[in-house]
Structures are given as C-alpha cells and as structure tokens.
Design a protein. Structure first.
Length: 336
C-alpha cells in the first residue's frame, strides 16, 4: 500500500489560487507501516470543490489583471473552483535495509481538469485614474500537472512504526500566469518531515500522524514566493475484520512565514486551513498481488487566505503480496 502515499504536499496560495495543490489526503492511515519489497502502483481519483472571497479571490484577480503593486484597491470578489484529477504513483521498495530501515523511492504524476470562476467587483486606483471591473471571468484546463518525486525510510518495532521522508515539486505541469486555471504551480518546492503509526493487530486499532514543512521557491514568471508552511495529516481507524476498516482522517495546515513579492495590500498573506472526515478501507488478495481500496472525504473549516470547501478521494493500490511466512501488518491486520 505504499504507492498511494507517494505524493508530496503542495500549497496553492495567492499566486495559484483555485484548486488546492496541497493534497493533504495522501498521508493518512498506515502511513509509516513498512511495505512488501518490490514495485507497487497507486491510482487515485481526486475531486475537490472550493470557494473563496475577499482578499483571496482578489489576489487571483490581481495576478490575471497585471495591476500595479502601487494601486489602491477595493475588494469585492468571489472565487469558485472545481478539480477532478487522476493521480498515478509508482513506487519501488528495496529489500536491503538502509540505516536499519526500509527505503522506498517513487514519483507521482497528475492528469486532470481544473475549472475556476471569478465574479464580483474590483476597483483599482492609479493616482487620478480609477478603473472598476464588474462581472464574471471563468477558465478551465484539462492537462497534466507537475512531477513529484519522493523518498522515504521506515522502521518497524512491534506495534510502533516510524518514517522520515523528503519530496519535492518539479514544475513541468501546465502553467500560465495569465490563466485562472492551472494544473502546475509554476515553481519548485522541497518538502520533508516524519511520521508515526501505531498498529495493533490484536485489537485492530490504528493511528497515524505525519508532520512536515514545505519550502517554496520563487515563481520565475510572477516573482512571487509563498512562505514556509507546516502541515500535519492524521488518520485513525478500527479494523472490523482482517480486510475491512473504518475511521476518521484529518489535516491541519498553517503557514509559518510571510509570502513575498505580492501586493502590499495583501500583507504577509499567511494562510491556514483544517479538514476532517470519514474513511473506509478494504484490503484483498489479487492472485500473486495485494489490493487496497479506500474512500475518504474531508470538509474544510477555519480557513484563512486560501480557498476552502470539501474534497474526496477514491484510492486503488496494487503491490506485491507478502510472503506467507512473513507476518506483515498489511496482510494480517487483526487476529481473532
């Protein structure tokens, strides 16, 4: 089940307002549990619906309209966005231990559609000259997103599992600073962190938490640089049988340093959001392979300076089946 975890957390803020490219649901239940060595593949259908108003919506309007940073601004705008994406994530897990742990490397690609609409009134002033824009702007794009390599190292001791990871954004996806809708973020990023999973096969209870920081490089097209952010993803579940589990998932995101290169009226534009929702998972054999299905959804709240709404995930992952002689948590999850 390692493949579906191999995606970083990318943040869309003032310079990339719309569909959230921070994909929080990719680190959740069983995040730190070691996997069966060999190749695995994860496929995810991701749907999100978000909206924003005030400065968040106007920040995108500034970017599209190329207004001067010295302009006086009156904000009255609303943004709505919808994303439907397919995420593919091949991962290879090495059998030879590294530093006493299990090394895995992978890369993730995204293909999908992003639709963004902006409506309202934006008044700008340049000295004695003022301009008011009222109405609606919309844009949509179907294309490919950026590439996200990842490397993780995991350790296991009884019911306790730990991991460290490093990942990043290679900005090769469809991106144009003059568009409302984009699938690439337009700049590189580095993300790193650590995680822990408690998995008790006897009781069937599991809890996972992964925390990390993201450093965003400057966007060469807009000269805008998003600040450093902290993010925490968690999942808790109860196995009802050896194959089925139910539970809750959630995330919290807080930007810890200011954006730079934006309009003075926006200030540091530090953003924040929290999400929580249900999940259900199913683990099953596929001949010589190992299958995993998971459905989960998040409702967002406590948002600041970023769009918020809800998102859902349908995950299907395939990996090599564990040897019959090996007690692997992902195969023998609960004992009755």
């Amino acid at each position: 089940m390692g493949a579906f975890l191999a995606v970083p957390t990318q943040i869309a803020r003032a310079d990339e307002v719309g569909v959230s490219f921070w994909l929080p649901g990719l680190f959740g239940s069983l995040a730190a549990v070691p996997q069966t060595p060999g190749w695995s593949m994860g496929a995810i259908y991701y749907h999100t619906q978000v909206n924003a108003s005030g400065a968040v919506a106007a920040a995108k309007q500034f970017q599209i309209g190329r207004f001067s940073p010295t302009a006086s601004v009156s904000l009255s705008a609303n943004l709505n966005a919808q994303g439907d994406m397919t995420i593919l994530s091949p991962t290879y897990t090495f059998a030879t231990p590294v530093l006493g742990g299990q090394l895995a490397i992978g890369v993730t690609g995204i293909f999908g559609r992003n639709s963004v609409g902006l409506d309202g009134t934006l008044t700008t002033g340049f000295g004695q000259f003022w301009q008011t824009r009222t109405g609606s702007i919309s844009d949509s794009l179907t294309s490919v997103g950026d590439l996200y390599p990842i490397m993780s190292l995991k350790w296991h001791n009884g019911v306790h599992n730990w991991m460290v990871y490093v990942t990043g954004d290679i900005p090769v996806g469809a991106y144009n600073p003059g568009r409302l809708a984009n699938l690439g973020v337009g700049h590189g990023a580095i993300d790193g962190g650590a995680g822990y999973t408690y998995l008790n096969p006897a009781s069937g209870y599991e809890f996972s938490g992964v925390a990390g920081f993201t450093y965003n490089f400057k966007n060469p097209d807009t000269h805008y640089q998003s600040g450093i952010d902290f993010h925490f993803d968690w999942g808790a579940s109860k196995f009802l049988s050896k194959q089925v589990f139910v539970g809750l998932v959630g995330y919290a995101y807080q930007q810890v340093s200011d954006d730079s290169g934006g309009l003075p009226v926006l200030g540091g534009f530090r953003s924040r959001v929290v999400g929580v929702g249900p999940q259900i998972g199913y683990i099953f054999p596929m001949g010589d392979l190992h299958g995993y299905l998971n459905l989960k959804g998040y409702g967002e709240f406590a948002a600041a300076n970023r769009p918020s709404g809800w998102n859902s995930w349908l995950t299907f992952a395939v990996s090599a089946a564990p040897p019959e002689s090996t007690v692997t948590p992902s195969r023998h999850l609960i004992t009755k």
